[in-house]
Design a protein around this ligand. Structure first.
Ligand code: SF4
Length: 541
């Protein structure tokens, strides 16, 4: 069965309907040469001849397929972001995203990333809310050596960015959680082994985000495709399939297909969804190219029908909805594993660490008898496999590194995107602002005794890398006019959430807060919530 275009008079650029004419510049350069092919040029030309030798479509386009973005030139304020041509915003350094599918790292791998950070990245490192580690200040000349070191420990930057299947989110406690029925790691590994870097699916209409986890701890509602654990009354444990979630300027929650996939079926279903996106996704307008727009136009019934008839060649079983969580599952603190050992979740502030810190984490984990570390979709870090009597020494060792196993609610629930420090799209600074905000709230709200988390997410622009629409208090960076002055500030969104509270925060159009008054504002909102709530009430309710 071939489906017909939804608007026959106006094409969307869907390949399956023979609408192959590249209709925007990104589609043109992708059609000219696949993003994956830039690797050879990096190794053979650009790394040898330097930054100036890089062709523009490689520099600002294809290099993303290998986790490389140009970094923002230092000293350009956020108010000028939209008015400056891209070549003037580019610094001669790169951000490099290291792909960590499922957030899983051995201490050996962590030490290699740490070494790359200190040697080539001015000791920068951020844990992202997509379970990657992001480095900065990378020179093109060093990229081949960085790849060599990463690949020697089975890490890569393949498709860490770009219009392709990006990092596969997985539960940070997969395989050790007492709440888990099936460990989804084999499905993640199989997809990664078979299809990451596969040129048949490396030219998608836009980025493609995946979450595969028994527990609903990977923000499944806002991924392009998600598999969440559920027990089928007749077929036993397997996965509920959701498609079409995503944030940015037109946020959508993923919808259930009503289909049930066993662990063994997950990779093929994933591949089918990716191929639908490749073939039927919209390529005419870039801002309409995410799979969420196709899902919105088709609806889940038609999407499932096409998946089953055109791509899988068989029906999937109907299945029940996966359970949801009432509070974010960030795994902070000390928890017992199924084997009697403990895992310990630590909170840096807004994911900011460094190469030196990561190296010390590897040492501390090994001293505690562990060789396994996990990154979380909440910008946090876990050490697995710790014997009970080694937990407290580990916590004490990590504290001076800025990693708290018993953080204040504010340190625990603040997230921030890269922001003005390095991101070319940013309008405001975020990471340092998040740190200042945590310090302020820890002082101002010390002793408040709030028994429910209040998540506070800061974005440097409308793109929502830090998921502002699904935070209790979401802060979208923008320039705010105060009298005659233009200063950094935030548009406020209130009451968003995931899990039991899944929904987007209300944008308070009239409410813009300057960066300088952010502490005052958040304190007021939290105190008012605390005064008015009934016992047990969550912020988003
Ligand atoms: Fe950059 Fe905007 Fe994403 Fe922040 S939200 S990292 S400023 S694109």
């Amino acid at each position: 069965m071939r489906v017909t275009a939804t608007t026959p008079t106006k094409t969307h650029g869907q390949w399956a309907l023979d609408e192959r004419e590249p209709l925007n510049h990104n589609e043109e350069f992708k059609a000219e040469d696949d993003g994956l092919n830039v690797r050879r040029r990096i190794e053979e030309v650009y790394a040898r001849e330097g930054f100036a030798s890089i062709a523009p479509d490689d520099l600002r386009g294809r290099m993303r397929w290998w986790g490389l973005y140009t970094q923002r030139r230092q000293g350009i304020d956020g108010g000028r972001t939209a008015s400056i041509p891209p070549e003037e915003l580019d610094d001669e350094y790169f951000m490099l995203r290291v792909r960590c599918d499922g957030g899983a790292l051995s201490t050996e791998q962590l030490r290699v990333i740490a070494g790359i950070s200190t040697e080539f990245g001015r000791d920068t490192a951020d844990i992202t809310d997509r379970q990657n580690i992001q480095l900065h200040w990378i020179r093109i000349e060093d990229v081949p050596e960085i790849w060599r070191r990463l690949e020697a420990v089975e890490l890569s930057t393949t498709e860490a960015c770009g219009d392709c299947p990006r990092v596969l989110l997985g539960s940070p406690v997969a395989g050790v959680s007492a709440e888990e029925v099936i460990d989804a790691t084999p499905a993640i590994r199989e997809i990664s082994r078979r299809w990451i870097g596969d040129p048949t699916i490396s030219n998608l209409p836009r980025k493609f985000k995946t979450a595969i986890s028994w527990l609903p701890d990977t923000a499944p509602e806002i991924n392009d495709v998600s598999f969440v654990g559920v027990v089928h009354p007749e077929l036993g444990p397997g996965f509920d399939v959701l498609v079409g979630g995503g944030l940015s300027t037109n946020p959508k929650l993923a919808v259930r297909l009503g289909a049930f996939a066993t662990l063994e079926e997950v990779p093929d279903v994933w591949r089918g969804v990716v191929e639908i996106f490749r073939d039927y996704g919209y390529r005419r307008l870039r801002h309409r190219a995410r799979i969420k727009f196709l899902v919105q136009d088709w609806g889940p019934e038609k999407f499932r029908e096409v998946l089953e008839t055109e791509y899988l060649g068989r029906r999937l079983a109907d299945g029940p909805a996966a359970p949801v969580s009432e509070v974010p599952m960030d795994h902070i603190g000390v928890h017992e594993q199924t084997d009697g050992l403990r895992y310990v979740g630590f909170a840096p502030v807004a994911g900011r660490v460094s190469g030196a810190v990561l190296s010390s984490v590897a040492d501390a984990a090994e001293a505690a008898g562990s060789q396994r570390v996990r990154l979380t979709p909440y910008q946090k870090l876990l050490v697995l496999d710790v014997a009970e009597d080694r937990v407290e020494p580990l916590i004490e060792t990590m504290r001076p590194l800025g990693l708290e196993a018993r953080p204040t609610p504010w340190r625990r629930s603040v997230m921030a995107c890269t922001g003005l420090e390095f991101c070319k799209l940013a309008i405001v600074e975020t990471k340092q602002r998040a740190r200042d905000l945590v310090d302020e709230l820890e002082q101002r709200l010390d002793g408040l005794g709030l028994d429910t988390p209040v998540s506070i997410h800061l974005n440097g622009c409308p793109n929502s890398c830090a998921r502002i629409q699904t935070a209790d208090i979401g802060l979208k960076g923008q320039i705010v006019t105060v009298g005659e002055e233009q200063v950094e500030g935030f548009q406020v969104h209130l009451g968003g959430g995931l899990g039991a509270d899944a929904g987007f925060g209300r944008k308070l159009r009239a409410l813009k807060v300057t960066s300088a008054e952010l502490g005052d504002y958040v304190e007021r909102v939290v105190r008012r919530f605390d005064e008015q709530r009934v016992p047990g009430e969550r912020f988003a309710e």
